[in-house]
Write a protein that binds this ligand. Sequence first.
Ligand SMILES: Nc1ncnc2c1ncn2[C@@H]1O[C@H](COP(=O)(O)OP(=O)(O)O)[C@@H](O)[C@H]1O
Ligand SMILES: [Mg+2]
Length: 572
Amino acid sequence: MELLKRVFAYSRVYWKRLVIAALASIGVGAMDGAFAWMVEPLLKKIFAEQQLFILSLLPIGIIILFLFRGICRFLNDYFMKTAGQLAVQKIRNDVYEKSMGLSMGFFNKQSTGVLMSRILNDVNAMQDGIANIITGFFRDGFSALSLLGVIFFRNWQLALISFLVIPATVYPAQIIGKKIKRLSKQGQEKMGDISSVLQETFSGIKVVKAFALEDREVTRFTECNRQFYGFMKKSIKYDALTAPIMEGITAFGVAGVVWYGGYTVISGKMTSAEFFSFITAMALVYSPVRKLINSYNILQRSMGAAERVFEVIDQVPLIVDPPQPVSIGRAAGLVRYDNVSFAYDDEKVISGVTIDAKNGEIIALVGPSGGGKTTLVSLLTRFYDVTAGAILVDGIDIRNLAVKDLLRQIALVDQETILFNDTIANNIRYGNFNGTDEEVVAAATAAFAHEFICELPDGYETNIGDRGVRLSGGQRQRLCIARAILKDAPILILDEATSALDTESEQMVQGALNNLMKNRTTFVIAHRLSTIHHADKIVVLESGSVVQQGTHEELIATGGLYGKLHSMQFKS
Ligand SMILES: Nc1ncnc2c1ncn2[C@@H]1O[C@H](COP(=O)(O)OP(=O)(O)O)[C@@H](O)[C@H]1O
Ligand SMILES: [Mg+2]
């Protein structure tokens, strides 16, 4: 019930459409009732009293009646379904917006494909439900009501007999509905898996091809599809069982009506014209009632999907703005890690790290892989929050800043060169959407990217294409650097920005990075120690703890882990 209320809360804003649709469904219902009602006078006047005038009016009456019913039906369908679509659109926007606001921790745990499936497939399943239910409940509801009116008016005793069986249908309908809901939820989960396989294999197509995994992936996909069919099969079975079970039960009612009705007609308590009007109404009421019961199944199915959608909407973001954020304009770039510890779930990966960075300083983080370097800088961008200690920017705890305000102070360049399916210029503008064309060119020039951009077919207006496949690794990296330059933030994070490159492009990217680092507090994580000799401070991390801290010369003089790492690279 709660779930249903939430779903309908989304439709309520479109109440004007719903009102028009409801009025139109009253029209449809009234016409159904009128038709059943007319059977009695027609039979009486035409067949019993043989009035030819009535017979000539009849076709016109029928045409008018169905014309009016048709118009009402159109209005009903159109306004109901558009209201349903609008509600679904809003839900889809909400899930997306909501999921965008969730923290990195959520995305680490959730497969992209499943999340996509929730936004696409589950919302679609909900949409089917909403559209069907509001149409069903209104139109079929009104038709049923008006036909019931005719039935009761014609002969209430007879009506009672025919409805004695209704309570008997409630219980099986509920059981079937519950089963359908559970099955459809499982089916939607499978759909999430299907979507996961798609997302993974299309985005990782290179690995699939290189390792000749096509067959394996096809098998995986086929298996997911097969399991999906398994749930659908059961769900279809229950759906298909609904009608025969209901019909079987109602047969008792019909049998009772025929027996008692025939008896009352023969004994003269009711005319045969009245009886036929009653039977017409009974026959007509059958279809809307069946649809209503069917709507119940569809409702259950869409509620299964709705649960999955609301699971995302109800996620509480872990990283939120403080109630009264301290506002800083542009930070000077003072960064202090104050006895910071952090754990992913239960696994402690950073313990008691203290680092002081003055504005404009270059802090290099080095150490064995898995030592916690990436994690440490992810705490500065608040991808995760520290579990103990604090990180301060310009002396302010970053948890006291609005997240947007904090992120304005930081530019991040890492190994993953994410480019969007847009023009080169716009990809650079992800750093600052207000950047003018001149600023974009200046950023690209400083990033040693201007030259190759000019050689592209449309220069800065060249569309990169999905995932930027037409660019080399070094070119992509320089675009990401240009993006960071355009952002012009006082704090810079470089996480292995050059590790994936060959020597030639590394030199060029290194030049770009040197331009970028000017006058910014920089945290640089570099695999090749030769690139960080000039750092103001080198922090050596091992298993999440700082084991050494100092300049290159100091650390070489003391030996230890840094000396060891350094001589290892020097030898090779
Ligand atoms: N999203 C995550 N969830 C759980 N553990 C993680 C996650 N990311 C990294 N880790 C773990 O944290 C430790 C530090 O990783 P990381 O910061 O990436 O190290 P580095 O960048 O120095 O190679 C590793 O043991 C790694 O397995
Ligand atoms: Mg790392």
